[in-house]
Design a binder for this molecule. Structure first.
Ligand code: S3P
Length: 435
């Protein structure tokens, strides 16, 4: 699908972003493994979260929509999943495949996780290797551990494992496996990554100890289902925060966004770049809550300056780097992003993709092995660009299009359904010219 965007109109109004995708995967899994009924509110039908939901259903967890955005799941207990009838299709969802590899490795079942070709090419050895060390029987498509992954679950023992890369997916896969393992599981993180799994487990009453970069839990815990409210996804909000800051005369309000400190560095970075982002803390409504702080956000147009992004900050804003690259094209000075080689193994090689597509629009951007350098500000021009099969590239390019001269055509824009099916409609509702 091609989407056409014309610049020139200011953005004003309110955006509702989908319920957080990262947290949705965890909520679904921990609801299915809990006892009794769980409710997830603010659940949006994103391609990725639906893959996790369908896989859990195929393994025996009953789930139904009980109202708009309200999902009810009947928990099967910590070792209650069973062998599915067919292959579990993860589509393009790396989080589904990695988290479920950890879950299924500890269940009394046999299952195969597969994905679309781009997911088959993404690194899975990072979960296969530690899970095998825990005693998991996993067969991969090749020696490098790529999908499909065939798992015969059960018989796990806890491990003490140091993550070679800062990855919340790998950390979570091991912790989820640790729940059904014999003994103690400890994961050491080189740099903190998003801690949604740890928070949700604690909120469910499962003891999880975090000290000096080590997360520790004991296998065999049981927990009861609860009513959980998903916060709005800050990674989705980031596109609108940047769009509002770049388009003159804009002011955008985004309600109830998750502001987990391991996930919200994009706000601090935008402020460092000169953007006024107002965050007004919100409290849970009704009887559903959760362990994640939330706030209403307001962003306005501003004159931007360049920043250097590196080190421990990177895992905290890894998904926001494509749209921050767009911000950098309009910022005064040289923006440097380094220590971000993980960008090369996301839905696309995001270093190559931003350099190629923003470069085609006229940005002065240079790819490096582990990041990129952007010299700004440069006028952008509307051209035909490609989303590289990557939802965050499609949305970042849409933001760039809002400040380009002339019309931009985004090829492959349908990929936004991975995390934000209503993205283009939301942009249009703010006043943007999108067709
Ligand atoms: C995610 C962790 C990050 C992130 C991805 C979602 C998660 O990936 O990029 O979009 O939900 O745990 P890594 O764990 O590979 O860093």
């Amino acid at each position: 699908m091609d989407v056409w965007i014309r610049p020139g109109r200011r953005l004003r109004g309110e955006v509702r972003v989908p319920g957080d995708k990262s947290i949705a995967h965890r909520a679904l899994i921990l609801a299915a493994l809990g006892e009794g009924e769980s409710e997830i509110r603010g659940f949006d039908p994103l391609d990725d979260s639906l893959r996790t939901l369908e896989a859990l259903r195929a393994c025996g967890a009953a789930a139904e929509m009980a109202g708009p955005g309200m999902l009810r799941i009947a928990g099967r207990g910590p070792k209650g999943l069973g062998t599915p009838a067919g292959v579990l299709h993860c589509g393009l969802s790396g989080t589904t495949m990695r988290l479920l590899a950890g879950v299924l490795a500890g269940q009394p079942l046999a299952a195969t996780l597969d994905g679309d070709p781009p997911l088959r090419r993404r690194p899975m050895d990072r979960v296969v290797e530690p899970l095998r060390r825990m005693g998991a029987r996993i067969e991969a498509a090749d020696a490098a551990g790529h999908a499909p992954l065939s798992i015969r679950g059960g018989g796990l023992r806890g491990i003490d494992y140091t993550l070679p890369v800062a990855s919340a997916q790998v950390k979570s896969a091991i912790l989820l496996a640790g729940l059904s393992a014999e003994g103690v599981t400890v994961v050491h993180e080189p740099v903190p990554s998003r801690d949604h799994t740890e928070r949700m487990l604690r909120w469910l009453g499962v003891p999880v100890e975090v000290r000096d970069g080590a997360i520790r839990l004991v296998g065999g815990a049981r927990w009861r289902g609860r009513a959980f409210a998903l916060p709005g996804d800050i990674s989705a909000a980031a596109f609108f925060l940047v769009a509002a800051s770049l388009v003159p005369g804009s002011e955008v309000f985004i309600g109830t966004v998750g502001l987990n400190p391991t996930r919200s560095a994009v706000l601090e970075v935008l402020r460092r770049m000169g953007v006024e982002v107002i965050a007004i803390p919100t409290l849970p409504e009704g009887d559903a809550d959760g362990p994640e702080p939330t706030a209403d956000l307001v962003a306005r147009s501003a004159a931007l300056r360049a920043v250097t992004l590196e080190g421990a900050l990177i895992p905290n804003l890894i998904d926001e780097l494509p749209v921050l690259a767009v911000a950098a094209t309009q910022a005064e000075g040289v923006t440097v992003v380094r220590d971000a080689s993980e960008l090369r193994v996301k839905e696309s090689d995001r270093i190559a993709a931003v350099a190629q597509e923003l470069g085609a629009m006229g940005a002065r951007i240079e790819a490096m092995g582990d990041g990129f350098v952007v010299e700004g500000p440069t006028p952008l021009r509307g051209v035909t660009v490609d989303a590289h099969g990557d939802h965050r590239m499609a949305m970042a390019l849409a933001v760039a299009a809002l400040v380009a001269k002339g019309e931009t055509v985004i090829r492959g824009a349908e990929t936004v359904t991975k995390s934000f099916p209503g993205f283009f409609a939301a942009l249009r509702a703010l006043g943007a010219e999108v067709a």
